[in-house]
Design a protein around this ligand. Structure first.
Ligand code: UD1
Ligand code: MG
Length: 420
């Protein structure tokens, strides 16, 4: 089995995003663009990934994990130059190289896997991904000979006459034999029109040397869509969101109204849970099975909801763990809370978890009953089967003992008859 390593090109300025944030760190469905591409590399079996960065390299570096190699392309001299910058990580390497761009989150894993499979089966020197599009403006066109073999990629600016009408384009995903790639790169000349070194020139160079050039086609041209503007970002968001919703539904979750439901990329939801309309579930959230969530619920990062839980309208839950069979059927806010099982959270319950400087935890043990409009000023602990009266304010540091009731502002323990 041939080894696989990946180079991700992401040195471009992303000028059209009009942003202080590097393009590849813009989010789609709760994840930065680059993470989608890194995932594809991992899923393809890549053992090492090198990212070529330029603009705002430090910010992107901060986000990337330490096992990823990072290389600076000091000047944006084109895609061939970008790949050349990564060469130092491949000096002793003789396997395949997968080449991806950092701004194409719609690419499917299967598409890339197919491309690699084809590359290996045909023992090609390079295999690149093509798509047929209605409007090929801005893309490199695939030039084929009379036998249908791909022999070159012609960039927009250099396409002449009939070449401009070609609808088969280069998506920008390649699998190369490492040695062949770096040798060919030394032969790429600066494009006189744009003053850049085009990676795509490598195809013509390899063809001329009698090397084997193959293509793999994607039936869905939208996969290759890169993010250049905020409009593209929204288009990608809509498409990825649809994929997530379909995956969640196919895994056994009912989504009553997909058109108003937003679920981020890495959310996990158990079987037989029902998500009602206008619900937002952000990244790093887990929901168990047999739950009912929404309508109009917002589950924020760090939230863990166990089985048979009901979360109703206008509930916002953040960095909170909720145990089995707990009910929060109406509006309220839980933040930094650990809630046990079979707890009832009354309408209007608020954990005051932030004092302007620090965030504190609220603990509510099994079987507790939090009365309507209770405010729990964290840190606070409500014991097992304890109760807070409607409108009570449980003040900072207070512990409601197991089985006891507190009422009022500030909340005081109701004395039991036999306490005296
Ligand atoms: C490129 C391809 C084109 C293809 C299209 C698909 C070339 C010459 N052309 O064109 O055939 O149809 O992608 O979207 O490759 N980058 C660097 N350093 C550079 C220049 C670019 O890292 O000096 C990175 C960019 O950040 C981007 C990727 O390479 O992630 C592609 O560059 P881009 O300028 O978008 O190339 P296109 O003109 O779109
Ligand atoms: Mg581009």
């Amino acid at each position: 089995m041939q080894q696989l390593r990946t180079i991700i090109l992401a040195a471009g300025k992303g000028t059209r995003m009009k942003s202080q944030t590097p393009k590849v760190l813009h989010h789609v469905c709760g994840r930065p663009l680059i993470d989608y591409v890194l995932d594809i590399a991992g899923a393809a079996g890549s053992l090492k990934t090198c990212v070529v960065l330029g603009h705002q390299i430090e910010k992107v570096k901060e986000h990337l994990s330490s096992d990823i190699e990072i290389v600076l392309q000091a000047q944006l001299l084109g895609t061939a130059d970008a790949v050349r910058c990564a060469q130092k990580f491949f000096t002793d390497y003789d396997g395949d190289i997968l080449l991806l761009c950092g701004d194409t989150p719609l690419l499917r894993r299967e598409t890339v896997r197919n491309l690699i499979q084809r590359h290996r089966k045909t023992k090609a020197d390079v295999t690149f991904l093509t798509a047929v599009v209605e409007d090929s403006r801005g893309y490199g066109r695939v030039i084929r000979d009379e036998n249908g073999r791909a022999i070159a990629i012609r960039e927009e600016n250099d396409a002449a006459g009939i070449e401009k009408t070609i609808k088969e384009i280069n998506v920008g995903v390649y699998c190369f034999r490492s040695r062949t790639l770096f040798t060919a790169l030394t032969k790429v000349k600066k494009n006189s029109r744009k003053g850049e070194f085009y990676l795509t020139d490598v195809i013509e160079i390899l063809t001329a040397e009698g090397r084997r050039v193959e293509t793999a086609a994607t039936p869905d041209a939208a996969e290759g869509r890169g993010v250049n503007t905020r409009v593209d970002l929204a288009v990608c968001h809509a498409m990825i969101r649809q994929r997530i919703l379909e995956d969640v539904m196919l895994s056994g979750v009912t989504i009553v109204d997909p058109s108003t439901t937003h679920i981020d990329a890495d959310v996990k939801i158990g079987q037989d849970t029902i998500i009602r309309p206008f619900t937002v579930i952000e990244h790093d959230v887990r929901v168990g099975g047999h739950c009912v969530i929404g309508p109009f619920a917002r589950l924020r990062p760090g939230t863990r909801i166990k089985d048979f839980v009901e979360i109703g309208n206008f509930a916002e839950i953040s960095r909170t763990v909720i145990g089995e069979k707990t009910l929060m059927k109406h509006f309220g806010f839980l933040g930094d809370a650990r809630v046990g099982s079979a707890v009832n959270i009354g309408a209007g319950t608020v954990t005051a978890n932030f004092d302007g400087h620090t965030k504190s935890e609220t603990t509510i043990l099994d079987g507790a009953f939090i009365g309507s409009d209770s405010v729990l000023v964290a840190p606070v602990k409500v014991g097992k089967k304890a109760m807070t009266g409607a409108g009570s304010v449980v003040t900072r540091g207070q512990v409601v003992p197991d089985g006891r009731i507190v009422v009022g502002v500030p909340a005081r323990i109701l004395e039991k008859k036999n306490d005296k």
